[in-house]
Design a protein around this ligand. Structure first.
Ligand code: PML
Length: 243
């Protein structure tokens, strides 16, 4: 099946404000473009990249579970326990958590992409620690139907996108992921892994906190192969999410 990969990035005053990924058949491209152009809110720069992908892998989404806590501290403790369940040594999980909490960009603040962390030693593996790595070229088959399904059950559009990212990551060899948003108003994050599925955790940060991002725990020997898959392979999620 030949599909088009469509990527949108928008920023305001040099700061990233919105991004989106779609895999679409050519006949639906005008509709997808209109939707992506409506999405970013206030911005002064917007870039859309389109390229054709010849090979697409289909997979089912990770199973979803949700947990609510009374404080960020409790929620973070739970996130660490889920990372440990996924096979991350506790000290490495704590290192990942601290990094996200203090801003993983060595120049301060957030990174543009994800941190790659060796699951055994906690060493950072990305070539460019400001940019990190981006999971791209993934989407839902029947996106509108899945979106409606999730929104009706109290999930958000962010869950739709993040579940696609997390599922593709697992397929590419990411052994565990920790994520929370850099949006100061969005405090739900998640841990994802083949073992735990997609575990939504609330609240992983305080409202108003602008720090966030993603840590991918991987085996350093597989670095090249994992990055190539995250950046190049096209993945379509099929079916509705289940718990
Ligand atoms: C969820 O609600 O399922 C968690 C989504 C995390 C989104 C992270 C992001 O968009 O930056």
């Amino acid at each position: 099946m030949s599909l088009l990969s469509v990527r949108m990035r928008a920023s305001l005053g040099g700061k990233h404000v919105s991004g989106a990924e779609r895999l679409t058949e050519e006949e639906f491209l005008p509709r997808v473009l209109c939707e992506l152009l409506r999405r970013p809110g206030e911005h002064d720069f917007l870039k859309i990249t389109i390229d054709r992908v010849e090979e697409v892998i289909e997979t089912e989404p990770l199973k979803v579970s949700s947990f609510n806590f009374g404080s960020v501290e409790e929620a973070r403790r739970f996130a660490v326990s889920k990372l440990v369940e996924a096979g991350v040594p506790k000290e490495v999980a704590l290192k990942g958590l601290r990094l996200l909490a203090q801003g993983a960009n060595p120049k301060g603040g957030n990174m543009r992409g994800a941190v790659l962390m060796d699951i055994r030693s906690g060493e950072r593996l990305e070539n460019d620690p400001e940019r990190g790595v981006r999971t791209v070229r993934m989407d839902w088959k029947g996106r509108d139907r899945v979106r409606k399904f999730l929104l009706e059950r109290g999930f958000t559009e962010r869950t739709l996108d993040a579940l696609a990212v997390a599922t593709k990551n697992v397929l590419c060899g990411v052994l565990a992921e920790l994520c929370w948003s850099d949006d100061p108003d969005y405090t739900t994050g998640y841990v994802a892994s083949p073992k735990t599925g997609y575990v939504r955790i609330h609240p992983l940060k305080e409202r108003g906190d602008e720090l966030g991002g993603r840590i991918y725990f991987i085996e350093s020997e597989r670095l090249e192969e994992v990055v190539k898959c995250l950046e190049r392979r096209a993945v379509l999620l099929r079916g509705l999410p289940s718990s």
